[in-house]
Design a protein around this ligand. Structure first.
Ligand code: F3S
Length: 401
């Protein structure tokens, strides 16, 4: 790989051993992907895991004197304020958690603890080169904003934050952003939830590559794009898509396929979405809990929940995960009070994938997010996936129909 003088100095330890380690890892990645050189990144998002390996790595960089060179936000973590009493962390695990957060703060991250940084705090522009970890986030910024990122890991994103560079390969290059498969949507897409189903169905049918959607008539909301990005890149490995006439690199089919023909054409019909609905949404009867916000709910979604529960008393637990900013806004707007009077809880800075559900083991509940169902099911809970509105209605009635 060709490195410029500054990059060579970093690699040789002239900026400290932490920077040298980060650079060595990036060079290794670059060589593995046959990148010819590095390119600058202007912002980074890191997906913490808060486990021992994560702590070991960030500590090694901190001890070597490394500091983030560019704006770097982080994914949610464990929020002691709500979960210290119900979590099943051992004291040692809690310690690892605390130390990881401290180490990340030392290395200079911006402690947003949010999985939708692309809506506020860390919003790249068209053609900006960035390093985003978190599968939904990398797919969203690539596709919806036309920014450029590879599907980074926590560690590669942190190395990019420290050095300010990343190897030039993959989705950072024009030619790799070309569409591979044309997805003709001949199905009714009525609401944001249908974009979850679409994002779940497409990887099963096409495998990997860059899909180009045509035939989507409903103008997708930002929540719809959030759902589509998350599902494509969680249930599949699809860090980038185009929607004809809607996303910035998809003005025409010619733009999407760079003047070439698609490698494959796939049709998505109502039956395909019904099939996913059958897999994810089947089940009826009494429920004990509803979990919303994987990824974090937006303020508009919180408002919708508040409108539905106003003046009611919920029959089940209702947990809403969101960013600190949306939590604050929901308080200012009186939504948090409405939800709390109904018996729901809004939690900021935290993630559904934590050992906080022991009291729900063996019980049945609902979520609006297939990703949440996937993670939380590991904790011996049975989750049915329905639209946000159906979830809230079920929390009010204590049962799902
Ligand atoms: Fe966010 Fe955690 Fe889900 S990071 S997307 S709430 S698994």
């Amino acid at each position: 790989m060709h490195l410029n003088q500054d990059e060579r100095d970093m690699l040789e330890g002239k900026h400290g051993m932490g920077v040298a380690t980060a650079m060595k890892i990036l060079v290794g990645i670059g060589e593995a992907f046959q990148a010819e050189k590095m390119t600058k990144v202007s912002r980074v998002h890191i997906s913490l895991s808060n486990q021992e390996g994560d702590l070991w790595f960030v500590k090694k960089l901190v001890e070597g004197g490394a500091k983030c060179k560019v704006m770097s936000t982080v994914n949610p973590a464990f929020n002691k304020k709500y979960f210290e009493k119900i979590c099943t962390f051992t004291p040692q695990e809690l310690q690892v958690h605390q130390e990881t957060q401290n180490a990340y703060k030392k290395v200079g991250i911006v402690p947003t603890f949010q999985c939708t940084p692309y809506f506020e705090n860390n919003v790249p522009r068209f053609r900006e080169t960035v390093a985003f970890a978190a599968s939904g986030a990398s797919c969203f910024v690539n596709s919806v904003y036309g920014a450029r990122t590879n599907r980074e890991s926590s560690q590669s994103a942190l190395c990019a934050a420290i050095t300010g560079v990343t190897p030039l390969y993959g989705f950072l290059l024009d030619e790799k952003r070309k569409g591979d498969v044309l997805i003709e949507v001949n199905a009714e897409i009525k609401n944001d939830f249908d974009f979850q189903l679409l994002g779940y169905a497409v990887p099963q049918k096409m495998g990997s590559g860059v899909p180009v959607f045509s035939g989507i008539e409903k103008d997708p909301s930002k929540e719809a794009f959030m759902n589509l990005s998350t599902e494509l890149n969680v249930h599949g490995v699809i860090p980038m898509f185009h929607v004809l006439g809607m996303t910035p690199e998809a003005r025409t089919l010619n733009d999407c396929f760079h003047g070439e023909k698609p490698k494959k054409v796939i049709e998505i019909k109502n039956e395909d979405l019904d099939q996913v609905r059958k897999t994810l949404s089947a089940g009826k009867g009494e429920i004990s809990f509803v979990i919303l916000g994987c990824p974090h709910l937006t303020i508009f979604q919180i408002k919708e929940v508040a409108q539905m529960v106003e003046g009611r008393k919920l029959k089940t637990e209702l947990w809403i995960f969101t960013s600190y900013l949306n939590k604050e806004l929901s308080e200012r707007m009186g939504l948090a009070e409405v939800i709390s009077e109904a018996g729901g809880r809004i939690v900021e800075d935290s993630c559904v994938d934590q050992p906080i559900w022991a009291h729900m083991e063996g019980k049945k509940g609902l979520t609006e997010s297939p990703k949440c169902a996937y993670y939380v099911a590991k904790r011996k809970m049975k989750l049915i996936v329905r639209s946000l509105q159906e979830c809230v209605q079920a929390a009010i009635e204590g049962e799902v129909r």
